[in-house]
Write a protein that binds this ligand. Structure first.
Ligand SMILES: [Zn+2]
Ligand SMILES: [Zn+2]
Length: 443
């Protein structure tokens, strides 16, 4: 190949590249129209059940000062170490003040806590019960049920006492939401990770134990022994499973207050008939948790649909006085994933009626007929770019409309509409004045 043709070849390649559609960023997915009815159903159930338990909605901004998460979620946590989406603002690019160190929220709790103090919710009657639904962002390896943008519905109970009845409620509400959505065979795994008084003793024992088995653990765990020993129990690596199985059990180390708290939580969970099991290997990846932690599973999913726990220390980590707090969040993508197979096709939103026009005068008439139907709450589709009867009927079929309303020149002149039953193909001419009544009868 000559030099010039090589050059041209390169140029051509570049042009091709420019023309290609930029794809979604890795690990991010659109929620398409066909999935929206299912998502709406999940969101509506969640909102209405949270509302019944007197939770109010809060929307925090999805961008926060990164400090909120660095302090709240914890410097040593996987989220802050590896998964934060930092935002490059103009000010930061130009030299960067710390004030401009912003991040997309990787979880919802720390932001809600910030807002609680910043906006005076801490001075209202306590506890304050809030719920949110928002996208979260974590830069992690996308895999089944793990996305870089995912949606959570969360509840938070802030203020008041460290009351075990609220731990039970933080489990109950997501459980009830899943149950009402007909998620099958739900199990709640629950554990207590103690408090600052008792957790230290446990961690010391855990570190000693892992140091003895250091040569048999995975590389990550080797680091965790000193940096984040709690997470040792969370390791999914095959190699570490036998070591985990023999590790000291935190419940044996709880102080008397933590023990009493955990006992009460279980008593209330029994009272509410929550299907829970104790899992002493359950720890959560965020620093702010204390005492109760839990995750909710269904038989269909190998991953948790809900995660939550108590976080009485978070307010202090954000530089405020200590307040009791407990909450949980539902992974909406995961719930939608579990339910998707079951409701396939059932929940499609579709126009009941489809308008077909033949000619310009009919198009004009059609526009005002659509208006009339919409005002009556009847959903109607149309295809103005298509002119032939055949292609418009095909479209009505594709949209699975029950009725087609056909307007031709004759109908414009006579102020009438042909109503075609799309299943039987039977047609009938109806005067325009009676059309609403007729459609309502038929649908
Ligand atoms: Zn304790
Ligand atoms: Zn490991």
């Amino acid at each position: 190949m000559s030099k010039t043709s090589k050059k041209e070849n390169k140029k051509e390649k570049r042009v091709k590249k420019v023309r290609q559609l930029p794809q979604s960023p890795k690990g991010m997915h659109d929620i398409l129209p066909e999935d929206q009815p299912l998502w709406e159903r999940i969101r509506n159930k969640a909102r209405s059940i949270a509302g019944l338990y007197s939770f109010s909605r809060i929307d925090t901004h999805i961008v926060e000062k990164a400090e909120i998460f660095e302090r709240g979620v914890g410097q040593e946590s996987e989220i802050v170490q590896k998964q934060m989406f930092y935002i490059k603002t103009p000010a930061r690019s130009a030299g960067g003040k710390d004030d401009d160190k912003l991040a997309l929220q990787p979880e919802g709790t720390a932001s809600v806590m910030r807002s609680y103090f910043e906006n005076g919710l801490s001075r209202m009657g306590q506890p304050v019960k809030l719920y949110y639904e928002a996208p979260m962002f974590r830069y992690e390896q996308p895999q089944q049920a793990r996305f870089r943008q995912f949606y959570q519905f969360g509840i938070e109970i802030l203020g008041g006492e460290s009351e075990p009845a609220y731990d039970a409620q933080a489990m109950l509400i997501p459980y009830k939401i899943l149950e009402s959505l007909k998620v099958k065979n739900i199990t709640i795994k629950i554990n207590s990770i103690g408090c600052h008084n008792c957790r230290g003793n446990f961690l010391k024992k855990l570190q000693q134990y892992y140091k003895r088995h250091q040569k048999d653990t995975c590389k990550d765990c080797e680091k965790r022994i000193s940096s984040n020993p709690m997470r040792l129990l969370d390791c999914k690596n095959e190699k570490c499973q036998p070591i985990k199985a023999g590790a000291p059990v935190i419940l044996d180390f709880l102080c008397s207050q933590c023990k009493a708290h955990f006992k009460k939580v279980m008593e209330f969970a029994d009272e509410l008939k929550l299907p829970y099991v104790i899992d002493h290997l359950l720890v959560r990846g965020l620093d702010y948790y204390n005492r109760t932690v839990f995750e909710i599973f269904s038989e269909k999913a190998p991953f948790a649909l809900v995660a939550g726990g108590r976080y009485d220390y978070l307010s202090e980590m954000l530089g405020q006085g200590r307040i009791a707090a407990v909450g949980s969040s539902i992974g909406l993508n995961r719930v939608a994933g579990v339910l998707k197979e079951e409701v396939k096709g059932v929940l499609r939103s579709q126009p009941k009626v489809f308008l077909i026009h033949l000619g310009d005068a009919a198009k004009k008439k059609g526009l005002s007929l659509i208006q009339k139907l919409v005002e009556e709450g009847i959903s109607i589709g149309e295809s103005f770019g298509r002119e032939s009867l055949k292609s418009q009927l095909r479209m009505a079929d594709k949209e699975k409309a029950l009725l087609a309303l056909i307007i031709g020149q004759k109908e414009v002149f006579e102020e009438s509409v042909i109503v075609r039953d799309m299943t039987s193909g039977v047609q009938e001419t109806i005067p325009l004045t009676k059309i609403i009544e007729d459609i309502k009868k038929r649908t």
